[in-house]
Design a protein around this ligand. Structure first.
Ligand code: FAD
Length: 509
């Protein structure tokens, strides 16, 4: 007899609703709690999980296992080759453990919802003594998707009114921000019971083929950059809220300032941090003790954490966004370019626009990119190069440590004007103006574009467009010798071409 909690994107003990419910159930029934994680290589492939993200997840499992061990709760990691077999395999495992009840957090992507529906059905099948119960609970969002209705009774498609409704809902329903305790320890001696003892010896597997980091150098670098696990998430959250959140509103758009944003996205995406914990931590530091009003930095940060949640609500409201379709169906007929050499230049940070090259090189070196630059490089790909935004969306998922379907799809849709942006398509970022505004001293550019790093003769103004603006023939020659490319497109012309293509696409509808 046992109760099972299935860990997915909720890799934490602290403030984990499903785990807490499982622990309560085990307590009530007087049976042990067993934790399960299912590693499906096919799933990792289908979701384009970046190797850096898989490495983070496996390191987090090591930490979870250690913490669960201290509570005499085993963590069993099961590798299931075919993802369609996950529900049946879970049932077999539960049977072998004598477990009749499973809890897990709901994931809102279409494939995951289908899998969970299948699991609920599969567990309920069979003779009476073979039947089991799966409880799939809301946990990842502060406000459950579907709970907020617009004036016309549907899901909000625009962020600002959605956010006002979100604040109102949270204030009227304080249990949205309830804190869930860690699970209660299993009865002493659980690890020595014959039927459970082998579960405590389960090793954390290696990353599957195709999802491994390239070499030891990458391992060392990424592990130092991104310490895993919930303790790190809570440490980072506390530090950010103590030292930096107050200045968030002024600094959040300046990529040279690393401490300008929280760098917590990998923790939200992996569930090493609960959105409830994060919002409470920020709110409790506000002198109003509310989500809005008071400190501007705190208000702004809470509203950004809510963007993550908005995109999950959008995903539930318009599930076809999971199927490679734009949120705005009207924009399905744009004739995109599939120019492979242009796409390669963008991925490698060799476009000749230093701000874009710096951002694309940052993602290759660290698995992360600042939000402002995600918007700039996405706009450049979709508008200046007119390349299908879905290629960029895919590339981001394959390289980001915080790759999250809803936020990534939402961000790309927004930047390519095919998503929830209420602005029409003719908003096109000018990469040079963005560069001057958000990296005025060229500090971020010089950090990542080594060809420009030590060219002291380049002024702050010139560094944004070295060939175009630098008057010194000698400096331009040095740049050429170093192989720094010239701008691959001329922005004004590219903008006109994009506007025409969008207009034609809309006319074709
Ligand atoms: P902070 O500024 O400290 O914000 C706190 C948290 O709020 C973030 O960790 C994140 O969870 C959430 N958040 C902030 N801004 C956004 C936003 N615009 N949309 C959704 N959530 C937000 N974020 C991901 O987590 N995964 C992705 O795959 C992803 N892809 C993106 C693709 C594009 C094209 C764009 C424009 C944005 C994307 N974002 C994505 C959103 C955002 O860029 C990152 O969440 C942010 O840069 C993470 O840095 P931070 O943790 O320091 O953020």
């Amino acid at each position: 007899q046992a109760v099972v909690h299935w860990f997915k994107m909720d890799l934490r003990l602290h403030d984990n609703r499903s785990l807490w419910l499982a622990s309560q159930k085990a307590q009530e029934a007087g049976v042990p709690l067993i934790c399960l994680y299912v590693l499906s290589p096919e799933d990792l492939e289908a979701h384009l999980r970046a190797p850096i993200r898989v490495d983070f997840m496996l390191r987090t499992l090591e930490i979870l296992k250690r913490d669960l061990d201290a509570l005499e709760i085993p963590l069993w990691v099961e590798t299931v080759g075919k993802r369609a077999e996950v529900p049946s395999r879970i049932k077999e495992l539960m049977k072998s453990w004598g477990a009749s009840h499973l809890f897990c957090a709901m994931e809102y992507e279409v494939d995951e919802l289908r899998r969970e529906a299948k699991l609920v059905k599969r567990l309920a099948e069979g003779e009476e003594d073979e039947r089991m119960v799966a409880q799939v609970v809301h946990d990842t969002c502060v406000v459950m998707p579907g709970a907020l209705k617009s004036g016309s009774g549907g899901q909000y498609a625009v962020y600002s009114p959605w956010y006002r409704a979100w604040i109102k809902h949270v204030e009227e329903n304080p249990d949205c921000l309830e804190m869930y305790e860690k699970p209660v320890a299993n009865p002493p001696g659980t690890r020595d019971r014959r039927q459970f003892s082998h579960l405590f010896d389960c090793p954390i597997p290696e990353a599957p083929e195709g999802k491994r980091l390239r070499d030891d150098d990458e391992k060392v670098r990424f592990r130092a950059l991104w310490p895993a696990g919930e303790h790190e998430a809570l440490r980072r959250l506390e530090k950010f809220c103590d030292e930096d959140i107050g200045k968030y509103a002024e600094r959040r758009d300046m990529p040279a300032k690393q401490e300008g944003t929280s760098n917590l996205s990998v923790h939200f995406a992996s569930g090493t941090l609960s959105a409830r914990t994060a919002i409470r931590a920020a709110r409790d530091r506000n002198n109003t003790k509310k989500l809005n009003g008071g400190n501007e930095g705190i208000q702004r940060w809470i509203s950004e954490v809510a963007w993550r949640e908005f995109y999950k609500h959008v995903l539930v409201g318009w599930p076809y966004v999971c199927m490679n379709k734009p949120f705005k169906p009207l924009y399905s007929n744009i004739e995109w370019s599939y120019n492979a050499s242009h796409f390669r230049a963008w991925t490698q940070g060799r476009t000749g626009f230093p701000i874009i090259d710096a951002a694309m090189r940052q993602v290759l070196a660290t698995g992360y990119m600042h939000n402002r630059l995600r918007m700039v490089v996405a706009s450049f790909l979709a508008k200046d190069l007119l390349i299908d935004w879905r290629m960029g969306e895919r590339y981001f998922m394959e390289h980001l440590i915080d790759g999250d379907f809803a936020s990534n799809n939402g961000g790309w849709g927004f930047a390519a004007s095919v998503g929830v942006d209420p602005q029409p398509y003719f908003r096109v970022f000018n990469p040079l103006l963005q560069s001057e505004k958000f990296d005025p001293d060229g500090e971020y550019i010089r950090r990542w574009v080594e060809e420009l790093r030590d060219l002291d003769d380049l002024s702050k103004k010139e560094v944004h467009d070295p060939y175009g603006r630098c008057g010194s023939e000698e400096v331009r020659k040095r740049l050429e010798e170093r192989g720094y490319p010239r701008q691959m497109v001329e922005h004004a012309g590219a903008r006109e071409r994009a506007l025409e293509a969008y207009k034609r696409g809309l006319a074709r509808d």
